[in-house]
Design a protein around this ligand. Sequence first.
Ligand code: AMP
Length: 363
Amino acid sequence: MSSTKTIGIIGGGQLGQMMAISAIYMGHKVIALDPAADCPASRVAEVIAAPYDDVDALRQLAVRCDVLTYEFENVDADGLDAVVKDGQLPQGTDLLRISQNRIFEKDFLSNKANVPVAPYKVVHSSSDLDGLDLSKNYVLKTATGGYDGHGQVVIRSEENLADACQLADTADCVLEEFVDFNLEISVIVSGNGTDVTVFPVQENIHRNNILSKTIVPARISDELSAQAQAMAVHIAKQLKLSGTLCVEMFATDDAIIVNEIAPRPHNSGHYSIEACDFSQFDTHILGVLGAPLPAIHLHAPAVMLNVLGQHMEKAQAYVRANPSAHLHLYGKLEAKPNRKMGHVTILTADVDSCELIAGDASS
Ligand code: AMP
């Protein structure tokens, strides 16, 4: 059997591009499916330009590739099931369905994986919010379609409750108690169907609901850090995980609470390209190919700063002033505000010094 495979990636954005780069230097060939012929993956891979739900295009990808994977979770799971051959999609579609719907996701996390989640209830309409005890705070989230804080209402008052009722009457939702966390953290874990390997704990700082900065290792106790990694490993084993998964969590003074999972490499794991001996993309490719997985070592503490459309000039200036910073640009043609254009990784423990503009994480 040839050790060179053709890997099909559904989605040719920056995650698809960085997966492809890992696959290519391991000797594989990559074909990406993306609606845009000039998507980031087109810099390094052949692209089939078609909508994600185009079953003929998915079938063409399946016919031409040995193994299929995806770079985002909102893939049409039924469409994929219809075209893949046995064993061709090691990640399967069950995990896709879990992570596409917060009701299934919460059920999986709390009842099957048995990890701590914020107390929650499923809400089908505003009447499920009747008599809500407003001495506590909550977050109402739509079951499907929400991302980066969209489709969410934080409930701290009667006024918020009215907004939440409106949302609850438009879509099935999950109502969670608001967690008074110290830090948001995440853990990347990769599996090959049998074994798993886990990355260090990442601390994530968001601005306007978009990841702004990741600090590794996260500034939490060794004990909490070990708990977070153990939970991620446990979830991965429950799933018989193939490929890379990100587990997003909240850290309080003495507990870790799991928020959500993403069945793919994640923005908060980009630091691993330079700071670890294998990146989250390397282990994703190894994992979906069923290859043995290495233990992960962090070479040095790291900070990752996202470069959004409004940061392009600042990022260029930053790397001119700090030549040991690693600038990644994804090759997106248009720099729109809040669009993820690239990221910068700096190998340092001096986390406060790392901002695209000194003293202003929002810039
Ligand atoms: P999510 O879409 O679930 O990742 O939520 C987006 C952001 O909302 C998270 O990164 C948190 O900052 C915040 N958030 C979500 N759920 C909760 C919660 N139960 N308690 C406090 N903050 C939350």
